[in-house]
Ligand binder design. Structure first.
Ligand SMILES: Nc1ncnc2c1ncn2[C@@H]1O[C@H](COP(=O)(O)OP(=O)(O)O)[C@@H](O)[C@H]1O
Ligand SMILES: [Mg+2]
Length: 366
């Protein structure tokens, strides 16, 4: 059976050739967590994951798994199982042989192999496919086999490197749900690499957003989405991304205002991290769903800002309105079905309780 193991990465540095890809990185994954490493291509996600798996030597720092120092342990002694983006199945072996290969190699007794393969096949709905060769499987089925091959190892920690990237959109969302259910059933520790924010948001118990080999923020998806620590995180998450408006803070008659080039927002109740610096240029961020468009003449539309529609993107269960407001492009999300033409005037208000403020120079949340 699977043991629950935490993973602790300390002051990790990894040099690849002349590049320092990761420097002084700390990451704590609790036992049983589903941690997602999210970031753009080339930011070091795979490098970090493969170093935990023992496929890449570390240049400095340490990696602990289940309380044991594994920094220099052989990959097979780490209690980890890795699933890659490319399935890398053995083409001449059927599903059952593919799944049991590693166990046969390491001399696991036959009844035990059968038990584990059956269990994994049941979990992944591969039972009817055990006799098939990889060529007779769809992409989604092949990736299930690759996951099954990791499952039979009954590892303490499962590592996934963009396992769904090669699948079409529909299969990707199906298998994504299956992975989440698998995690709920197994309760095993999982670390999952992706550049897909939807995968990160839906799968993670906590997510680490990475850029340039550095973890920018580590928290629950809800925390990271609602309170991004910097402009990179703010704009990397969300579709469309957070609206950003430049301006300054100004105190006036007991209130604190964000005064932008285009509009002002009352930020008196904003949870500043320190004392607000009124001298520094800042950026106000507001998610499209916190820009509330209404209709002309509707209650609350008086005194609201008047934007003009430049584009409407229907998404089925919601739509994105792109509004021009004195030259600023502001995205608003609503569920209204009333048709809106380009050029239509739309009153909108900004929900001040859900804005973010960043220092313009550093990009850091204030
Ligand atoms: N063998 C290598 N030698 C030198 N640089 C490498 C090597 N492998 C990867 N890199 C560099 O390390 C960085 C991180 O790569 P990687 O971890 O694969 O990123 P990600 O998985 O986030 O897309 C990239 O800039 C990449 O060019
Ligand atoms: Mg990668």
């Amino acid at each position: 059976m699977t043991n629950l193991a935490n993973v602790s990465v300390r002051k990790l540095r990894i040099d690849l050739g002349a590049n320092t890809v990761i420097d002084d990185l700390d990451l704590d994954v609790r036992a049983g967590e589903f941690v997602v490493l999210l970031g753009p291509s080339g930011c070091g996600k795979s490098t970090l994951l493969h170093s935990i798996a023992g496929l890449i030597d570390v240049s400095d720092g340490s990696i602990e798994i289940g309380g044991e120092d594994m920094t220099w342990a052989d990959p097979k002694d780490r209690g980890v199982a890795l699933v890659f983006q490319s399935y890398a199945l053995y083409p001449t072996m059927n599903v059952e042989r593919n799944m049991s290969f590693a166990l046969r190699i390491n001399g696991t007794p036959k009844p035990e192999i059968e038990r584990r393969v059956k269990r994994a096949a049941d979990m992944l709905q591969l039972g009817p496919l055990l006799a098939r060769k990889p060529a007779q499987l769809s992409g989604g089925q092949r990736q299930r086999v690759a996951i099954g091959r990791a499952l039979v190892r009954e590892a303490d920690v499962f590592l996934f490197d963009e396992p769904l990237s090669n699948l079409d959109a529909k299969l990707r969302t199906e298998l994504r749900r299956e992975l989440k259910q698998l995690h709920q059933q197994l309760g095993a520790t999982m670390i999952y690499v992706t550049h897909d924010q939807v995968e990160a948001m839906t799968l993670a118990t906590r997510m680490a957003v990475m850029k340039g080999g550095v973890i920018q923020q580590f928290g629950t998806p809800a925390e990271v989405y609602a309170r991004p620590e910097n402009l990179f995180v703010a704009t990397f998450l969300g579709t469309p991304p957070m609206n950003l408006l430049k301006g300054k803070l100004e105190a006036n008659e007991g209130k604190l205002w964000f005064r932008g080039a285009q509009l002002d927002v009352d930020v008196t109740n904003y949870a500043f991290k320190g004392a607000p610096d009124l001298a520094q240029p800042c950026v106000l961020g507001v998610r499209p769903e916190d820009v509330h468009a209404t209709r002309l003449g509707a209650p609350g539309s008086e005194g609201a800002h008047q934007g003009s529609v430049t584009l409407v993107e229907p998404m089925g269960n919601h739509r994105v309105l792109w509004l021009d407001y004195h030259g600023a492009q502001i995205a608003s999300i609503d569920q209204d079905k009333t048709p809106l033409a380009s050029g239509a005037h739309v009153p909108f208000s900004i929900d001040a309780a859900h804005v973010s403020l960043f220092d313009e120079a550093s990009g850091e949340r204030v």
